[in-house]
Every structure is written in structure tokens, then in C-alpha cells.
Design a protein. Structure first.
Length: 494
């Protein structure tokens, strides 16, 4: 139930002036004295306050706007509802001579407590405004305090009367459902201890938090809250990846000690979300933590100058994972041999493609040699037999020549088809090779070996080969057609 809306409706208040911050809420409005004379006034107030969670101390006070000594308080805590005048509103009105037109101030004060890892939000919009008004450090400090004081592994924020609020991280849930259950799938305290063992985060006592606490994994969330949570998750990820880090009033500074030592200092107010930082943190702290962190720090110290937080990008993350896979191999020589083998395979593939592209030209040259030999044989036959030279153009020889030329065309087309088939086989083998190396080499390393300016080297060679094959096929067939046409004209002329 939306407690404040119910009170607003019953008291006929246009709006409460609400301030919900930290672990308290205040709200105030002005009504006229006749509201206190409403039928069943006390019963209705009690019915509304009965919906206040037992963990919270809710006080509503009615007082003269000009004299705070004249007041009526109704409060609820731990299933008890009491007021300062034993709920005798009529006596209060009579004793204080309250008129129907008198202005009465309505003041609400709520002290909110966390019990069973649950916390109430009475007005989400006000709570959100307060949350977003703070710096990232203040927000982190407040959440850390809630976790620390309750010693809980999770927190559920029950947002009363706010149907559109429903989202969760691994350890925080904002829900409009009362008495909802929320369980996490890991030990938060153990994860914090692991982080303490693997990095020096100077502010750990003040910000005893995890990146998972603010990584939203489900639900629809206001973009401003999502942005704040994402930045905090990113900030904490950077802290736990670093060898050393600390947060001061305006910046986070740290040190990455690997093959080299790199320092960084970022202004927190200008901090941007970098999802790759959380991915790197999540991967590093999943298993074999010490080795993964050392490899991560080695690569980061070699590849980043830390001028910009976004330098830690997907490419660097892939390189880190790739080097970890190599690390799992007992012998680095095996990795180097794999790269040499892949380079050699690629080189041989390109040689094969070049050979296949020349096969059509070779077939054309073979046809020319065969045709030349055929014509030379005819001339020798004429000379040695004392036959008239014009007999070379007889019907029989023209028909035979046409058959030879047609056979050459067929041979050329078969040669092109065979070369194309071999090209396709080469490409299939090439793709199978790339797939087989994916478990060993990173995607970026494979691209380095197989691509040029983002374009597949194989595709470039294949297009060039197909163009050559097509051109020589056209030239060869064109030549043969000219020969066939000449013979046909001679045959027709005779």
C-alpha cells in the first residue's frame, strides 16, 4: 500500500512536501481543523498506519501552525499504535478550542530500520532524487553502511505504492512487492575476503562493496540510477583489478604492477562506464585468481598508458584471456609453433590459390599448342604429299578443325570448373583451420594473421584469382569462337 497517498487522500491534501533520505523520511502539509472532525477519523488513521511495516517507526503529528505546544501525535512501531491523548481526538479538539477553519500542520516523521535485510522506501521519487544528489563516494558509503550494519549478504528495498520499480543486482533488489524473497547465489562476505587478499584497496573499510552489488542484471530501471550504478560497478572493478588503489574526495588513484609499473588518477565526477572493466574483474575473480590477476596486470602495464579509462577495451581483454590460455600450456614453444603452423598454412593456401588461378591460363596455352601442332601437321602433310595448298581449306579439314576447336572450348570450361572447385575446397579448409585455432588463439590474433585492414586476405586473393580465371576463360573462348567462325565461313564458301 502507498501509505503517503492513502493519508493524502483521507486528509484531502493536494501534496505532501516529502524528503526521504538516508534512513528517515519527513513529510508535511497543511489542513483545516474540520478534517479532524471527520467521521471515524482515528479508525481511518489507524487502518492506514497498520500497513506500515513493523520494522519502521512512523509518527504523524497534528499541530497548530502557530503554536507547536498544541499537538496530537499518532505513532506506530512494532505493532503498537499510540497517541499522546489516548487517541481521543474529540477531547483534543475541545481542549484546544480548534475551529473548523484553523490551520493545522500535518507533520510525518519516519525512522526506517533494516530488519531481515529489508528496507522500506515510502516515496521512490524522493528517495531517487536524494540518491542522485550525492556524489558516487557518498552513495557508495551509504550502501556500504547498510550492508555492514545488517551483516547481510543482500538487501531488499520495498518500494511502497510504486508499481514501475522492479530491478535487481546480484545483491540488491528494488521491488514493489511486499514480503518478496531474494536469495543470492554466492557468499558475499567470502568474495570480499578474496578481494582483500588479492589487492590493496585503501578505502575497503569505508567502501566494503563489490562490483556485483551495482551490476544490474534484471528488471527495468531509471536511466539515471542505471548510470550511477554502472559507474560505481566500474569504479570498484578498477580498484580490485589494480595492485593498489585509493579513493579520495574527488578522484581514484592507483597502481598496476606487472611487467612495468603504471600509475593512474581519474576524476570520479568525470568517470565513465566501461563494461570491459567489469568483465575483466568478473573473469579474473572467477577461478585461479592469483594467476589471472598477474597476467591481467602484466598486459595492462604493457598495453595501457591509462590516459583514459576506456583504453581498457575489448581488444585488451581478449589479449589477456589469450595469454592466460597460453599460460595454461606448459610450454610456450607450443604456442609459438602453433602460430608458425598457422602462418605456414595460410601462406600455402595463398600459393594454391595463385596456382589455381593460373590453371585456366595454362589450359588456354595448352589449347594453343595443340591447335598449333594440328595446323603444323596439316602444312607438313601438304608439302610432303605434293598436294595443292588450297586443299587445306577442304570441307573435311574445316569440319575436323571445327571439332578440334569445340573440343578446346570444352576443355577450357572443364579446366575453369575444376579450378573453381579447388578454390572452394581451399576456402572450406581455411575456415576449418580458423575454427580449430579459436580455442588456442584469441579472435584478435587470428584476425591479425588472416585480415588486412579489416578485410579477409583470403577473400582478396580469391577475388583476384576468380577475376583472372574469368578473363582467361573469356579470352580463350573468344579465340576459339573466332576460329570456329572462320572455318564455318570457309566451309560455307566451298
Amino acid at each position: 500500500m502507498d501509505i503517503l497517498s492513502e493519508l493524502k487522500t483521507f486528509l484531502e491534501v493536494d501534496n505532501f512536501n516529502i524528503l526521504e533520505e538516508e534512513n528517515r523520511l519527513t513529510a508535511n502539509a497543511t489542513i483545516t481543523g474540520n478534517m479532524l472532525n471527520k467521521e471515524n477519523f482515528t479508525d481511518n488513521i489507524i487502518d492506514i498506519l497498520n500497513n506500515v511495516p513493523d520494522r519502521d517507526h512512523f509518527i504523524i503529528r497534528f499541530a497548530y501552525a502557530t503554536d507547536v505546544d498544541f499537538k496530537l501525535e499518532i505513532w506506530k512501531t512494532q505493532n503498537l499504535i499510540l497517541d499522546s491523548e489516548q487517541l481521543n481526538v474529540s477531547s483534543f479538539i475541545e481542549d484546544n478550542s480548534i475551529n473548523n477553519t484553523d490551520e493545522i500542520e500535518v507533520n510525518i516523521r519516519v525512522n526506517k530500520n533494516i530488519i531481515n535485510n529489508k528496507f522500506t522506501i515510502f516515496d521512490f521519487n524522493s528517495f531517487r532524487s536524494w540518491l542522485l544528489s550525492m556524489s558516487l563516494q557518498q552513495t557508495m558509503s551509504w550502501f556500504s553502511k547498510q550492508f555492514t550494519e545488517t551483516r547481510g549478504s543482500s538487501l531488499t528495498f520495498e518500494c511502497l505504492g510504486c508499481d514501475y520499480v522492479s530491478f535487481a543486482t546480484k545483491t540488491l533488489m528494488f521491488t514493489n512487492s511486499i514480503d518478496s524473497d531474494f536469495e543470492i547465489d554466492f557468499s558475499r562476505s567470502e568474495k570480499i575476503d578474496i578481494c582483500k587478499e588479492n589487492t590493496i584497496f585503501h578505502n575497503m573499510q569505508e567502501y566494503e562493496l563489490l562490483p556485483e552489488d551495482f551490476k544490474i542484471i534484471s528488471g527495468n530501471v531509471d536511466i539515471t540510477i542505471k548510470d550511477t550504478f554502472s559507474k560505481i560497478s566500474c569504479l570498484l572493478s578498477l580498484a580490485y583489478i589494480s595492485t593498489y588503489s585509493r579513493i579520495d574526495n574527488s578522484s581514484i588513484e592507483g597502481k598496476i604492477v606487472g611487467e612495468r609499473t603504471k600509475n593512474y588518477n581519474y576524476n570520479i565526477s568525470a568517470f565513465t562506464d566501461n563494461k570491459n572493466l567489469f568483465r575483466l574483474y568478473e573473469w579474473s575473480y572467477s577461478d585461479n585468481i592469483s594467476d589471472k590477476l598477474q597476467i591481467s596486470r602484466n598486459i595492462l602495464s604493457l598495453m595501457c598508458n591509462f590516459d583514459n579509462i576506456n583504453q581498457i577495451d575489448k581488444h585488451i581483454f581478449e589479449v589477456i584471456k589469450s595469454h592466460y590460455r597460453f599460460y595454461l600450456k606448459d610450454n610456450l614453444k607450443e604456442y609459438l609453433q602453433l602460430k608458425r603452423d598457422m602462418s605456414e598454412f595460410i601462406s600455402n593456401t595463398f600459393v594454391q590459390i595463385s596456382e589455381y588461378s593460373m590453371s585456366v591460363l595454362n589450359a588456354f596455352k595448352t589449347n594453343l599448342l595443340a591447335l598449333g601442332g594440328y595446323l603444323f601437321g596439316l602444312v607438313l602433310t601438304v608439302i610432303s604429299g605434293g598436294i595443292d595448298i588450297l586443299d587445306i581449306f577442304s570441307d573435311t579439314i574445316m569440319k575436323l578443325t571445327i571439332i578440334v576447336l569445340c573440343s578446346s572450348v570444352i576443355y577450357l570450361l572443364i579446366s575453369k570448373s575444376e579450378a573453381q572447385h579447388k578454390l572452394n575446397d581451399v576456402q572450406d579448409g581455411y575456415e576449418a583451420m580458423k575454427k580449430s585455432y579459436k580455442d588456442i588463439l584469441s579472435e584478435d590474433e587470428i584476425k591479425t594473421l588472416t585480415e588486412d585492414d579489416g578485410e579477409s586476405i583470403l577473400d582478396k586473393f580469391k577475388i583476384k584469382a576468380q577475376k583472372g580465371m574469368r578473363n582467361w576463360t573469356i579470352i580463350g573462348i573468344g579465340f576459339m569462337i573466332v576460329g570456329i567462325s572462320f572455318c564455318s565461313l570457309k566451309l560455307f564458301a566451298f
